[in-house]
Design a protein around this ligand. Structure first.
Ligand code: CUA
Length: 367
């Protein structure tokens, strides 16, 4: 006998209520397990600052909600697909039960998600307000992302602090972040805080360190070949007197430093101290991918560098400057962009002024 398609006479039986009770029990287990889960005991995830505790609570709220929704939706899906499966007695063209215009159903499936989203919104905005909107207070620090390291600026300290980032316990911190070259990010998992570091834009984080220790700063925005290595710097949280001593040390050290943001180092490199052997090692690590040790014409990306300062056919460097050790140092320092392509600067190559002196010492000897 062909079944009729009638509205909406679906009666839930005892099995439905049994399944509902089972899903409720599973949901409660998931919620209790989430509440009991101590996220901060996970290795590398202590709560080192306010608002890490609030963010963990939000995370748990989301985890418990998602687990409950998953259990209820998948549970009923499985149950209904079994309970309302096609029976052998059904006509070939039979369609399932059609339900519409159910006032109670429509009310609850509108009301429950609405309440959930409002609660979630209030919860999130409260935390967001503390991080983004509060007035600056306590210590104001700046961090600038570079390929591939972080610089810091502190009140009363000239220039930049190139050390690890130090912060005192219990003092509210306002951290302004930006970047000098490409987009980086400032992420401290132990603080649950992350800010994109964007050239020309300032993103701000506000937090209060609460737990002494050393915590990794990790760049989570792909920013070039050494991106993966841009996580060596850490935040050091320490008692106020030790922080004061550290800050005083930098005030003294940087007493004569410039406050201008250096795009690339413009200091003249002291070439006298160059060590050719060290330069040769460095050349094989940093330069040999693009430069051969053969004659000028032996190009890989850039020209061959044999006799770079002693080649009568090329009395000038590729940028048009005379082939002198000083000008060679300048090219390595500032990089080059022109007919030959692009050579990264000292900062992009992550080499120091001393390395330049060593490279020049090495390259000047090649005849
Ligand atoms: Cu800086 Cu990735």
């Amino acid at each position: 006998m062909a079944s009729e398609n009638r509205d909406p006479a679906v009666r839930v039986d005892r099995t439905f209520w049994l399944v509902t009770a089972l899903l409720a029990v599973l949901s409660i287990i998931a919620i209790v397990a989430t509440i009991l889960w101590r996220v901060q005991d996970t290795p590398n995830l202590p709560e080192a600052a306010v608002p890490a505790d609030q963010i963990d609570a939000l995370f748990k709220f989301l985890t418990a909600s998602a687990a409950t929704i998953f259990i209820v939706v998948i549970g009923y899906l499985l149950y209904f697909s079994f309970a309302f499966r096609r029976r052998a007695t059904d006509a070939p063209d039979a369609i399932g039960v059609q339900i519409h215009d159910s006032r109670p159903l429509e009310f609850w499936w509108t009301a429950i998600p609405t309440i959930f989203v409002i609660v979630l919104g209030i919860f999130s905005i409260k935390i967001w307000y503390g991080i983004q909107v509060q007035p600056n207070s306590g210590l104001v620090v700046e961090s600038i992302g570079h390929q591939w390291y972080y610089d810091f600026r502190y009140p009363g300290v000239h220039g930049v602090v190139t050390d690890e980032m130090h912060l005192p316990i219990g003092v509210p911190v306002t951290l302004h972040t930006t970047a000098q070259d490409v987009i980086h990010s400032f992420w401290v998992p132990a603080m649950r805080l992350k800010a994109d570091m964007v050239p020309g834009l300032i993103n701000t984080l506000r937090f209060t360190p609460t737990r002494a220790g050393r915590y990794k700063i990790i760049c989570t925005e792909f920013c070039g070949t050494q991106h993966g290595a841009m996580q060596k710097q850490v935040v050091v949280i320490e008692p106020q007197p030790r922080f004061n001593a550290w800050l005083a040390g930098w005030k003294k050290k940087n007493a004569h430093a410039s406050d201008a943001v250096a795009t690339t180092s413009t200091a003249t490199v002291n070439l006298a101290s160059g060590d050719g052997a060290a330069g040769q090692t460095l050349f094989s690590q940093k330069c040999s991918a693009c430069h051969a040790l053969g004659p000028f014409s032996q190009r890989i990306v850039g020209p061959g560098l044999k006799g770079v300062l002693h080649d009568p056919a090329h009395p000038k460097l590729v940028n048009g400057d005379a082939a002198t050790p000083e000008n060679l140092a300048k090219i390595i320092q500032k990089g080059y962009t022109g007919d030959m392509g692009h050579m990264p600067s000292e900062a992009e190559n992550a080499i120091a002024d001393k390395d330049i002196a060593n490279l020049v010492a090495y390259l000047s000897k090649l005849k």
